[in-house]
Design a binder for this molecule. Sequence first.
Ligand code: COI
Length: 341
Amino acid sequence: MPRNDIEWTKLGFGFSDVNCHIRYTWKDGAWGEAEFVKDPYITMHIGASCLHYGQECFEGMKAFRQKSGKVVIFRPDENAKRMFRTAVRCVMPPVPEQMFIDACDKVVAANEEFVPPYGTGGSLYLRPLLIGTGPQIGVAPAKEYTFMIMVMPVGAYYKGGLKPVRAVILDDWDRAAPNGMGDVKVGGNYAASLFAHEKAKHDGWPVELYLDAKTHTYVEEFSTSNFLGIKPDGTYVTPDSHSVLPSVTNMSLKQCAADLGWKVECRPVPYEEIKTFAEVAACGTAVVVTPVWEITRGDEVIKISEPDAVGPHLQKLFDTVQGIQYGVVEDVHGWCHEVKL
Ligand code: COI
């Protein structure tokens, strides 16, 4: 049962203490057993490769308490696959898919009382983390790794839930190089965005949008999430680029759009095309579907909608994906993974 000492409807997107996280160590060529750890601090060698050479990757997922009372995790198999690909790219030992899903099940079950009640709009956010913890001072992969999953109850990422935000393009900073690591989920991609992100926020834009690093002519993604645009005829358009993170939410929304009979296009999206979209949104696990009502680049301001207007397509996508997650829209693709409590 959910705890009764948390103000569930007031949750934002921030850290809070829970019962425990789950932790595994890889050494001598194999993963060890699961440990439940109460202490949120971790101790590691000062020469750990994650601290010096960025051997670090993470994931983001959510667990939901459904209307029926079941607790489900949304598509953990897809996050497992993505973390596997990221680990290979960073020369870290991949976490096998079944071990990843078992770890999710165990840590959610151990923190069941922190899964927000149905109807509050909250969820339990899961943050798997894989880091090189063995000392490594010459540039090379470490010999020891730690895989952990921390969890915390969360509400909306941007204040106000499905409230449209303004975005800005800052041409002085890029997120990911064409053959870099934009397509995998490493902390370095977020580090690359922090300076521009803080500048954008300081100047009044909650999120910044990146163009392709080589030519600055194609839309890539937001700092926190993927980009999607809806054409006036209802076509769902999202960038296809090697330096964009394959978002599990975007993948799911594309499927929902196709199921609704909408045309879906995953292809290069020129910056100039933005002004032709009737609706634009940021999409990802944390932000779900966040409408973007205006995009500024230098002196050019592209107004997509009125500041408070949520377009009908974005509303439908939001209602569909959240409906599946909370168990009120049929889960025809089997995306919700039940946690046995
Ligand atoms: C997520 O959506 O889960 C992410 O990891 C993105 C992060 C900016 C919160």
